[in-house]
Structures are given as C-alpha cells and as structure tokens.
Design a protein around this ligand. Structure first.
Ligand code: HEM
Length: 521
C-alpha cells in the first residue's frame, strides 16, 4: 500500500486488534467480525422494537405518554427493553462505521469486491432513517427538533408538493394518521434494511453474520447493564407552540443536524449526498493496481469434486453439469467477475499435488499468472543450496510480513498471493524430498486476511480437519504455523528463531522408503 497515511492508520488498526487479542482472545475479538456484530445488534433492535410496539399509542396526544408508561411504570422490564432498543441502535451505527473504515483500511473494497462496498452505502442511509424516525415516535422535545429540522431539510429538495414543515408549525395538521404513517415508516425501513443487508453479502461465500457466542452474550449483557445504569428517557413532551429547551441529542444518529442548524440545508445536503456519492465511487477510484487474471479450470484435470467451489471466499467457482466423455457428472466453472485471484481454489483442488508426475505440473484449477507448476519451481529454487541442520522454508502471504527480510543461508521464503493458496501436500513434499528440515507457514491473523478465509482454511487443513488434509504421517515437529500481521515482522522473526532452535535439536529424520530402496540398489 503506497499511501503513507493509510499505512500508518492500518498499522494503528493492527495494534488495536492486537490489544483486543490480548484482552479477550483471538476468537472473541469484535474487530474481526464488525459486520456480524452489526447483524447481531440489528436483531436486538428488531426484537426489542416488537415489544415496544405493543403499548405504543399511535396518536399525537398519547404517543409520549405511552412511551413514558414503559419507562416509568415498567422501568424494570419495559425500561430495560427501551434502553436495549436505543443502545443496540447506537451500537449498530458504531460497528457499521468501524466496519466501513476497516474494510477501507484493509483495502477490501475494490476489484471483484466492489459489490459489497457499493451496496453498503445505502445501508448507512437506511440505518440513519430507521433511527431518526424512531426518535420522532417518542414525540418529545427532541422529536420536535428532529421533526421540524428533517421536514425543512426535505422541503429544501422541493420534491413534495407542499411544505412538510408546515405540518409541524401548524399543530391541528398533526393528526393521528401522521403518527400511524410514522410508525409504518419506522417498521418498513428496517425491513428494507434487512433485505438490503442480505443483498450486501450476496457475493460473499459463508458471510459471517453470527459473532462468536461469547461476544453475543458479552455485548448483550453490556447493553442490558447500560440500560439499567443509564436508562433511555424522554425529554419533556413536544409542544409545537413553544421553542424546545436544552436538548440531549444522540450523536450516533444526529451528528448532521448541528451542521444543518448552522450552515443551512444546502450545505447539509451537499455533505450527505457528496459523501455518499464519493463513498459509492471509491471502488473505481483505485487506479494503481492492475487486476490479476481470474483462475481457470482445466477440464481434463477437473473431476467436479467441488472443493474449490466450497472454499472460494467469494462464490466465484460454481459447479455445472458435465456431459463429455470424462465420466464426471460436474465441472467447476469460474465466474471471472467474482474472482479475486487469491489462489485458495488451487490449494483445495485434489489434483494440486507436487507428488503427481507430469511436466509441467497440471492441476484442476490454476492461476494464469502464478501457476502451480511455477509454485513448485519456486520451491525448488528457494530451497536449493540451503545449509545447516535447521533449514526452513517460510511460506506466507504477500499481504503479511515481508518475507524477503527472512531469507538467509538456511532460510528460503515463498510468498504467495494468499497463504490459503498453499496445498498441504507441498509441506509433505519439501520435507519428504529433504529440501528443508522444517516448514514455517505464516498467515495473516484470521479476520485480517485480505481474502477472508485463507488463514482459516490453512489452519483447518494443517490440523487435518478440512480437505485437502496434511497427511497424518508428516512430523508435526517439523511444521509450524505462525500468525503475523504485516506489521508483526518481529513476532515472526521470534517464531522462526524458536522453530529453528527446536529443529536443530530433533534427530535427523529417517529417509523415506523410496530413497532407502534406491540407496540399497
Ligand atoms: C448495516 C450495516 C452493515 C452490515 C450489517 C454489514 C455486514 C457485513 C457482513 C456480515 C459482511 C461479511 C463479512 C465476512 O464474512 O467477511 C460484510 C462485508 C463487507 N462489507 Fe458490510 N455491512 C454493513 C455496512 C457496510 C458498509 C456501510 C460498507 C461500506 C460502505 C460495507 C462494506 C463491506 C465490504 C466491502 C465487505 C466485503 C469485505 C470482503 O470482501 O472481504 N459494509 N458486511
């Protein structure tokens, strides 16, 4: 990444995430699942909203009283639910905005992934529309301020035949029907939001919409505690005949209103629309990077097993029926528009195996600019001539720590597009052929992977829990997995040094059967 400000911010993000890792552990780090946290808060808002809807009175005169009843007469339960509704909404705004910033910092918004970014922008408007209409429903002084401000704001556009603001300046015009309409909007917008959230993740395979259980429980308990310690209360009832007193706004939803007050609707609209258009176009403002060629399928080598389709983080590989003479009923097909060229599919293919004969080495699905054959050649070149009894091949990802810094007389490095591109059989191969004494696989911390699922699949494959599995016969003493963000070269250096010390103490492995036979002959 060339932009120094963005690089510095990203380093700050990684430090913050390390801090969370230390505090709550990698599995419960909320920074790794901000989108999923937004989903979680959405469900809390929805469920608590249903409860609040029951006693709510959709009339101009009784709306405030009905909400007040919930907070005072039922403070223990109704009040807590009201607090949950409000604070979960705030939490949704917070996690959504952090999620946006994080996706930008991790550069995960352009190329084939423009869709998620582009469809994320309307979500911001919908979340804000849901929140602001919710505050109107209370019909207190804050609602009065918001209603008049928003109406004047909308009037500025001139698209509604008559002034909406006049309704608020003319109390008799404020009918119960208006409140019925308001609650309809307040329910309809979140329903649209849910639909839009579903569209937002359509192109993401196995999108994470459920945070880990400990986060669900912890964050919900925190919201409950906040609702009890600092209950959500109303301002005095709205009175259109007089000006509002001192207000205590919710800055998560109302940050633009002071701008409107001071600079007027033209500036406020320009900021809101300008920022949305700018955000929407961001995926196409990245000029520097040429898009890599999409993965391609080799029909003679594809048996339609579906591993690639299941592992692809972006749903770019689908299975289609096959009617040729191959004897296989399906074949993998890559949709180039969705492919990010991460190479994870290459590793998942059961033909991607350096032990298989053939020159060049072919596989069922491959990357045109970094073929499996090239990977094997690089492995040979980078392990050739290594010396000592603790020779190591470090295999990692170009988005993690810069591997070239670790090259040395006993250490070779192999940077890949993503660590998930490495087939476990490659580890087996380099150890079996005695090219090195150990293999250190380094991957971005899960949640920080540029390609989403690389570290997760690598860990599961190496643990033998996901195909293709690292063979059980491979000595685990000679294989190490090290998580390191791009800013964590030091940690990687420490892991490598420790690994090499451990390797030096291991007895020399027995030569594989084939080699023994050849020596005997
Ligand atoms: C209601 C608000 C939002 C929710 C609930 C939400 C939820 C999610 C979820 C669950 C994912 C999948 C994460 C994964 O499994 O890797 C995701 C991905 C993504 N979101 Fe959002 N999101 C929201 C708003 C936004 C906004 C405002 C933006 C930016 C404008 C945005 C940009 C993205 C991008 C670019 C990805 C794809 C990341 C990738 O390809 O690795 N999201 N979102």
């Amino acid at each position: 990444m060339s932009n120094p400000i963005k690089s510095a911010l990203r380093a700050g993000l990684f430090r913050l995430e390390s801090g969370w890792d230390a505090l709550v552990g990698r599995d419960a780090n909320p920074m790794y699942c901000l989108g999923a946290m937004s989903w979680h808060f959405f469900w809390i808002v929805g469920a608590s909203g249903l409860y609040l809807f029951i006693p709510y009175d959709t009339s101009a005169i009784r709306a405030w009283d009905s909400i007040e009843y919930i907070s005072t007469e039922q403070w223990y339960w109704g009040g807590m639910i009201r607090g949950l509704h409000r604070y979960a909404s705030d939490a949704m705004v917070l996690t959504m905005m952090l999620h946006l910033v994080r996706e930008w910092l991790l550069d995960r918004y352009h190329g084939a992934r423009w869709f998620a970014w582009f469809t994320g922008v309307p979500l911001i408007w919908m979340v804000f529309a849901s929140g602001v209409t919710g505050y109107w429903l209370v019909w207190d002084e804050l609602a009065q301020y918001l209603a008049i401000g928003t109406a004047e704001w909308l009037d500025f556009l001139g698209i509604f035949g008559q002034s909406i603001a006049r309704n608020f300046l003319n109390p008799p015009a404020l009918t119960d029907r208006f409140f019925t309409l308001l609650i309809f909007i307040h329910i309809a917008v979140p329903l649209f939001l849910l639909f839009a959230m579903w569209i937002h993740i359509l192109r993401i395979n196995r999108a994470n919409t459920n945070p880990p259980r400990q986060l669900i429980i912890g964050s919900t308990l925190m919201l409950v505690a906040l609702s009890l310690i600092h209950p959500a209360l109303s301002h005095p009832p709205a009175d259109l005949g007089k000006a509002t007193s001192v207000l205590n706004p919710d800055w998560y939803f109302m940050a633009l209103y002071p701008l409107y007050d001071t600079k007027g609707p033209a500036v406020a609209w320009s900021v809101a629309i300008g920022a949305s258009v700018f955000l929407s176009l961001m995926p196409w403002m990245v000029f520097r990077r040429k898009r890599r060629a999409a993965a391609t399928v080799s029909p003679p080598n594809c048996n339609g097993c579906g591993n690639c389709s299941s592992d692809c983080p972006f749903g770019a590989v689908v299975l289609r029926p096959r009617q040729d003479a191959s004897g296989h009923s399906q074949i993998a097909v890559v949709q180039p528009d969705l492919c990010t060229s991460c190479g994870i599919c290459v590793a998942s293919c059961n033909r991607t195996n350096p032990f298989l004969r053939g020159e060049p080495h072919e596989t069922g699905i491959d990357l045109p600019d970094f073929t499996f054959d090239l990977m094997i050649k690089r492995v040979s070149a980078r392990t050739h001539g290594l010396v000592g009894n603790n020779r190591v091949l470090v295999i990692g990802c170009e988005h993690g720590a810069v591997l070239d810094h670790f090259k040395g007389p006993s250490v070779g490095v192999l940077p890949l597009h993503c660590t998930g591109m490495m087939p476990p059989s490659m580890i087996d191969y380099v150890l079996n052929k005695d090219l090195v004494d150990g293999v250190l696989v380094t991957a971005c911390r899960p949640g920080e992977c540029f390609y989403r699922l690389g570290p997760e699949w690598t860990e599961l494959r190496m643990a033998g829990e996901r195909v293709p599995k690292l063979r059980g016969a491979v000595s685990r003493d000679r294989v190490r997995l090290s998580w390191a963000a791009s800013t964590e070269s030091k940690r990687l250096a420490t892991d490598l040094a420790e690994f090499r010390v451990a390797l030096a103490e291991l007895p020399k492995p027995e030569a594989p059967e084939t080699t023994k036979r050849r020596v005997a002959e």
